[in-house]
Design a protein around this ligand. Structure first.
Ligand code: AOF
Ligand code: ZN
Length: 382
């Protein structure tokens, strides 16, 4: 997701051409968005001298790795250099180890960007070096690798699902005018990007006010068709969801999930009569226990969650320190006094930087432009 990949310095020497090829491998890898998660997006390039002989990316979960795809499409790569965005794996998983394919190919130099975080999968660089291949890498910082493949690196640390929060706000930080009525603040291009983003997540989560006001479908209807459509998750502490909601009437994809209190779960499940999976989540403060919800989702195989508001849910997630990434689409609109704030401050004396601890957050991904809107991406520092 870094607009132009920053390679950084690290273990080995890089020429200007090396940096260009490595950046291109990272960019190619991004084409796997929506198709490879929870595995990483990976790109690879085979170069001899200054000539790119071939390039590939990891295109499908469980399918050939980028390195193997790039090599297997070429007849003779002896003496060439392989550039990859991730350290070649050294394990037999759903596919054979990339290290073996590289050794068999006659590649004499490998340049890679990010270190492999998996214990079983790692050791690729060492293995190749032990067999006489010149290996340069890793380069850059873990936070930069994580910015490119956030859910993958987060999941590798075993700390529960990766959580991103997406908000579309006016320049005065509002998500809706007074009364909370649905209006589009951001333009068409931003909305397209949101659909593309949705395709790369296992679940899309919204709070009660959002599904009441907007009745969203929560599907990924963009250029990227997700390998597995994300599951819609609706928060419903009061047990008010009805079978008429668009997110519950979806015909394709996984059944939506409605989270409510343990007391309300039985009655709600009966009322929704099989249109959704109702999960029981204890109450915490004025809402549901969101950390508990994340555990429930993880147990159901969800490893990444995109939260799409509204403000109350956003504030709770931030307060609970559950957010790993913030996607903030800023529209050139002023909503003005009385508008619904993106970050409601409810406790007297609270000030946003303290309450939400934005101070340690990093802007690793460059801001980007979608039509007249600006997307700001912030990653939580560790
Ligand atoms: C990928 N694509 O291009 C590379 C990966 O189960 P497997 O065999 O597909 O292995 C998945 C692991 O292999 C993955 O988690 C990562 O650690 C490593 N490298 N994975 O899916 C690739 N190079
Ligand atoms: Zn591999």
């Amino acid at each position: 997701m870094i607009a132009s990949p920053r390679i950084g310095s690290g273990n080995g020497r890089l020429s200007g051409a090396d940096r260009r090829f490595l950046a291109r491998a990272i960019e190619r890898g991004r084409r796997g968005w929506g198709r490879v998660h929870p595995n990483p997006m990976v790109g690879a390039l085979v170069v001899r001298g200054e000539e790119v002989l071939g390039e590939a990316f990891h295109a499908e979960y469980g399918g050939p790795h980028a390195e193997v795809s790039a090599l297997s499409a070429l007849d003779d790569v002896r003496g060439a250099t392989l550039y990859c965005s991730l350290e070649p794996c050294n394990h037999r998983g759903k596919t054979a180890p990339c290290t073996e394919a590289i050794l068999a190919s006659g590649i004499t130099r490998v340049v890679f960007w990010a270190a492999e975080p998996g214990v079983e999968q790692s050791g690729g660089a060492e293995r190749l070096r032990s067999r006489g291949v010149v290996v340069d890498g890793p380069f850059g910082k873990p936070s930069e690798w994580a910015a490119e493949n956030p859910a993958f690196f987060r999941n590798a640390s075993g700390r529960g699902p990766y959580v991103a929060l997406k908000l579309a706000v006016s320049v005065d930080g509002r998500i809706a005018p007074a009364g909370g009525k649905r209006v589009w603040l951001t333009g068409e291009e931003s909305r397209r990007e949101v659909h593309r983003l949705r395709a790369g997540f296992d679940a899309i989560l919204v709070g009660r006010r959002t599904w009441e006001a907007d009745d969203p479908m929560l599907t990924a209807r963009g250029v990227v068709v997700p390998r597995v459509p994300p599951v819609a998750v609706l928060l419903d502490r009061r047990g008010r969801a009805s079978i008429g909601l668009r997110a519950l009437r979806r015909r394709s994809g996984p059944r939506s999930i409605v989270a409510t209190t343990p007391v309300g779960a039985g009655p709600l499940a009966r009322r929704l009569s099989g249109c959704a999976d109702v999960v029981a989540v204890p109450v915490q403060g004025k809402g549901l226990d969101l950390a508990f919800l994340m555990e429930v989702l993880e147990a159901r195989g969800v490893s990444s969650v995109l939260c799409e508001g509204g403000g109350v849910l956003a504030a709770s997630l931030l307060r609970e320190e559950l957010v790993d990434r913030l996607y903030l689409f800023v529209a050139p609109v002023v909503v003005g006094e009385g508008g619904v704030p993106a970050f409601p401050i409810t406790q007297p004396g609270e000030c946003a930087p303290e309450a939400f601890r934005f101070r340690g957050w990093k802007s690793v991904v460059d801001p980007s432009r979608f039509g007249n809107d600006t997307l700001i991406v912030l990653d939580r520092g560790d």
